[in-house]
Design a protein around this ligand. Structure first.
Ligand code: ATP
Length: 907
């Protein structure tokens, strides 16, 4: 539903950018603390959801017709027309049925795949940070209403049109709207009413991207009333269901079609000129042969296989944003991952306070403010007095809030900052009261680049105070003195370094705190001069337990020959300790960002390949590492969450964004989004990617030789001039029946054992591996032998030719069924109880084919249409026996190849 204009007011004819922030709020009947929940709900009713109307995809009939739009189908339709004109009505009807059934299967399955992908895309619907009733909340972008107050951070997509109320170094990339590639600087002051869109610097437009800085704005328009809604450029992006694999299959199919047609034409000429066939009979035979041999259903089945893979990955918390990632995941050879939140739980608890000359222990776990701060031999009051300055700094230089719902405490904001709030509360400090007592005047937000955060506060006792918290080495660089009970002393670098190293070696994440007094005249914080007079207060060590499931996933990667590299902003010793706890390496090699800077690109490949842990890195290092690994031939999956991670995510073969803590910019740059930010989900997706690729190979490995066998049978009959073992219309029947049953089931195959015990496949490897090519040839020959063998046997026993042909058709179908069971296990033996039991999908398909064959053989109407005859019990057993023999032959082949060690190498 389109949004209506905001409530009318006396100044409503003044454009938003020309009125002051205060006037804008008044017009919207809102205030800086945001709307309350009830009012937001009322406005949502009135204005509708903050969404752009979706442009419907192609209409159904068009999608159906497009199924016929390919050269092969034209050929088949022409063949059907020719058959009809020659009086072969049944043949014409069966060819038409093949075409229509294929189109229906393609249409239905493609529709299902598209719907599934749409549903999965909706799982990562965008969120925005808003103030509701003065509290920070995460809300769905679709629920925003005029009057909502929105907080903007780097990497956010602006969720609606906003009149800015405050902006700090805010830069917004407005390319989607204005085409301007340089990010626009923003501030809160009103601009001229006549300013062009790109010059309205107090506005943030829906759909644009926050490149840097912070901002607060009030929503003035939502949905189709926004600027982007008016021009609607973002939506209606064409979704294509294509991937390199599908293109490979498509071009293979096209080439194959031409070869088949040329072969058929040659065979036709040979049949008529050399063997003296009647030309219309010969034409029908080669048409049937061409129809039989061309894998017309293959692209559709492979699309389905990919779509099923996407669904299975989504069920394991990995949402695919781009279909090709499904294939690439299966070939991934290196996973580069963040530490905090991905390998660890991102549930921080402060464990110790390191003050000048002493160490205080913190009790309790999690965000509940229960537990004491203790030091051996000291009374509680003395301990708290000593810790007080550091605790105040931790509470005020902090954007997080703790919330208690149903007795459990959770954090809104950064988990480490949440842990600092819990720490201060354990010491009896009241966060809200302290924040009111010492209001914040200005702040430099945390950034992975400079690794600290600073805030400026009014002091209750007069004057102002600056707090800085950040990476401890960074603070040691900035401070020249340390604060002690007795006053200040020059900074004792060596002792602090030793304390940091000791805490980090335990796997603790260490944060430093500092402060300085400044005069009342100071209004803003700047990078320059921030360190002047800064005094170190102490350090806090946090624990962030490793994820259990990450440990198992890392072990799985090891057996699957996938290298795992931790790339973290944290301290080298902390990173190494966590790597050890996770089993990433016994004694990990740690390379820091500074060391990376000293290495030339040319030498980076070897270093990146040999290193397990990269510490104190910034996002640019990630980009260099990915490039270096790729140059060495690796297929790299890389995680990221911040706006600065976007280039590395784009560069990686599979960019993996965090669904929870990741920015919109990171999600948009990536191929896959993790719903649970969990390393184990990446490995699960790789596992599913391998299964998908296996299944595609199984589909191809089943389709090509079954088609090939039929072709060889007919071609041999023509070449050697004996009675055709099957009629054209029977060949068409086989294709019709098996294409919609057996041909589809391999798309649904579950994982084979040991999927993650193999090395990743080479990304450049062709789908048709030497093993698969061998298989196609070998199985085609076995099919030929089976079909001609049973034909000769039946004729030899005095059967009439129609009966013999009926047996041949049933034998071919039986061989297809048994071969299906064999193909289900490319890497291991199929002759197992589990293999024989199949899956419900397999059994359903086999059941359907058996029923169809019984009808084909015994129903009078089918006997009339297809010239078939009833088959006796002994003959029936022979049919099944040949199928079984084929399977035994192929099992023996698998065994021999495995013994020779050829299978793994060639597969
Ligand atoms: P990862 O890349 O594995 O997620 P990380 O979270 O440690 O690691 P960054 O977020 O880049 O990486 O943090 C780098 C360092 O900056 C941290 O080790 C910490 O010392 C410091 N730091 C992190 N968050 C804050 C914050 N909110 N305020 C101040 N300093 C911070």
């Amino acid at each position: 539903m389109p949004a209506k204009p905001p409530p009318a007011s006396p100044v409503s004819d003044v454009p938003w950018h020309a009125c002051t922030a205060g006037d804008a709020l008044a017009r919207l009947q809102a205030d800086r603390g945001g709307l309350d929940a009830a009012e937001a709900a009322r406005r949502l009713q009135r204005h509708g959801r903050n969404e752009l109307p979706a442009t419907g995809g192609r209409p159904g009939w068009l999608r159906f017709l497009s199924q016929f739009n390919n050269a092969l189908i034209y050929f088949l339709l022409a063949a059907a027309g020719a058959a009809g004109l020659l009086g072969h009505v049944v043949d014409a009807a069966v060819i038409a049925a093949v075409v229509v059934v294929n189109a229906i299967v393609g249409y239905v399955q493609e529709g299902k795949a598209e719907r599934a992908l749409d549903a999965i895309r909706r799982m990562i619907s965008p969120q925005a940070t808003v103030l509701r009733g003065g509290q920070r909340h995460t809300a769905a972008v679709a629920d925003l209403v005029p009057g909502d107050v929105v907080l903007l951070d780097p990497g956010d997509r602006v969720p609606a049109d906003l009149r800015l109320l405050a902006a700090r170094s805010l830069l917004i990339d407005e390319a989607v709207l204005t085409g301007e590639s340089v990010a626009a600087g923003k501030h809160e002051a009103a601009v001229d009413a006549a300013a062009a869109l790109g010059d309205r610097s107090c506005m943030a437009w829906s759909g644009t991207l926050v490149a840097a800085g912070q901002g607060v704005g009030v929503v003035v328009a939502t949905g189709s009333s926004t600027e982007i809604g008016r021009i609607s450029t973002l939506i209606g992006a064409v979704r294509t269901l294509t991937t390199p694999l599908l293109r490979q299959i498509d071009s293979f199919g096209r080439r194959f079609t031409w070869v088949a047609l040329a072969g058929a034409a040659a065979l036709f000429a040979f049949a008529v000129l050399v063997r003296g066939f009647r030309w219309d009979e010969a034409l029908m035979a080669v048409v049937a042969l061409a129809v039989g041999v061309v894998p017309e259903g293959l692209p559709a089945v492979i699309t389905i296989t990919l779509a099923i893979g996407v669904q299975r990955m989504a069920a394991r918390n990995a949402v695919i944003r781009r279909l090709p990632a499904v294939e690439t995941l299966g070939a991934t050879s290196v996973i580069c991952t963040d530490k905090t939140g991905t390998l660890t739980r991102n549930e921080m608890t402060a464990r110790q306070l390191l003050l000048p000359g002493r160490v205080l222990r913190v009790e309790g776990i999690g965000y509940a403010p229960d537990g004491r701060i203790v030091a051996d031999g000291d009374d509680a009051a003395a301990v708290l007095a000593q810790a007080a300055p550091l605790l105040r700094a931790g509470l005020l230089c902090n954007d997080a809030r703790l919330r208690q719902t149903d007795g459990t405490w959770s954090v809104e904001g950064d988990p480490m900052e949440g842990a600092l709030v819990a720490l201060a509360m354990k010491a009896g400090l009241a966060p809200d009261a302290l924040r009111v007592e010492c209001p914040r005047v200005d702040a430099i937000p945390f950034d992975a680049q400079h690794r600290f955060m600073a805030t400026l506060h009014r002091n209750a006792e007069g004057g102002r105070v600056v707090f800085v918290k950040g990476a401890p080495e960074r603070l040691l660089e900035m401070c020249s003195a340390q604060r002690e009970d007795a006053g200040t002393r020059p900074l004792d670098h060596a002792t602090w370094q030793a304390a940091i190293a000791a805490a980090a070696a335990e796997g603790e994440r260490v944060l430093g705190f500092a402060c300085k007094q400044v005069g009342d005249e100071v209004e803003r914080l700047d990078f320059e001069g921030l360190g002047d007079g800064l005094q170190l207060l102490g350090l806090v060590g946090f624990i962030d337990p490793p994820r259990e499931e990450a440990m198992a996933a890392i072990a799985e990667c090891r057996s699957a020959n996938i290298a795992v590299k931790m790339i973290t902003g944290d301290h080298g010793a902390t990173a190494a300790a966590i790597a050890r706890q996770l089993g990433l390496a016994e004694d990990p090699d740690v390379v820091t960002g500074a060391q990376l800077d000293a290495v030339a690109d040319a030498d980076l490949g070897a270093l990146a390949g040999a290193t397990e842990v990269f510490a104190r890195t910034s996002p640019e290092h990630k980009l260099r590492i990915v490039r270096a690994l790729q140059a060495g031939g690796a297929v790299v999956a890389m995680t990221g969450d911040g706006v600065n991670d976007a280039p590395a995510l784009k560069q990686a073969d599979v960019g993996v964004a965090m669904g929870g803590k990741g920015t919109e910019a990171a999600k948009e740059a990536s191929e896959m989004v993790l719903l649970d930010d969990n390393f184990a989900s990446i490995v699960a997706a790789v596992h599913e990617g391998r299964v998908v690729y296996d299944n595609v190979r199984k589909v191809v490995g089943w389709t090509l030789p079954t088609n090939g066998g039929e072709m060889l049978a007919i071609a041999t009959a023509i070449l050697f001039g004996f009675t055709m073992p099957v009629t054209p219309v029977q060949i068409l029947w086989i294709n019709l029946v098996t294409a919609v049953t057996l041909g589809l089931v391999l798309a649904f195959e579950p994982a084979e054992d040991g999927v993650m015990k193999r090395a990743p496949r080479r990304a450049s490897a062709s789908l048709l591996t030497p093993f698969l090519v061998w298989r196609v040839v070998f199985v085609s020959l076995l099919f030929l032998a089976g079909a001609l063998g049973v034909f000769a046997w039946a004729l030899g026993r005095g059967h009439e030719v129609e009966s013999a042909r009926t047996l041949v058709v049933n034998t071919i179908v039986a061989m297809e069924i048994f071969y299906l069971f064999n193909v289900r296990y490319l890497h291991t033996a199929s002759f197992t109880w589990r293999g024989a039991m199949g899956t419900p999908v397999v059994l359903g398909a086999v059941g359907a084919v058996v029923l169809a064959q019984l009808a084909f053989t015994y129903l009078p109407v089918m006997q009339a249409l297809f010239a078939t005859r009833a088959v006796g019990a002994l003959d029936g057993l022979v049919v099944v026996g040949i199928g079984l023999a084929l399977m035994l032959a192929l099992e023996a082949e698998k065994l021999v190849l495995r013994r020779l060690g050829v299978l793994e190498a060639a597969a």
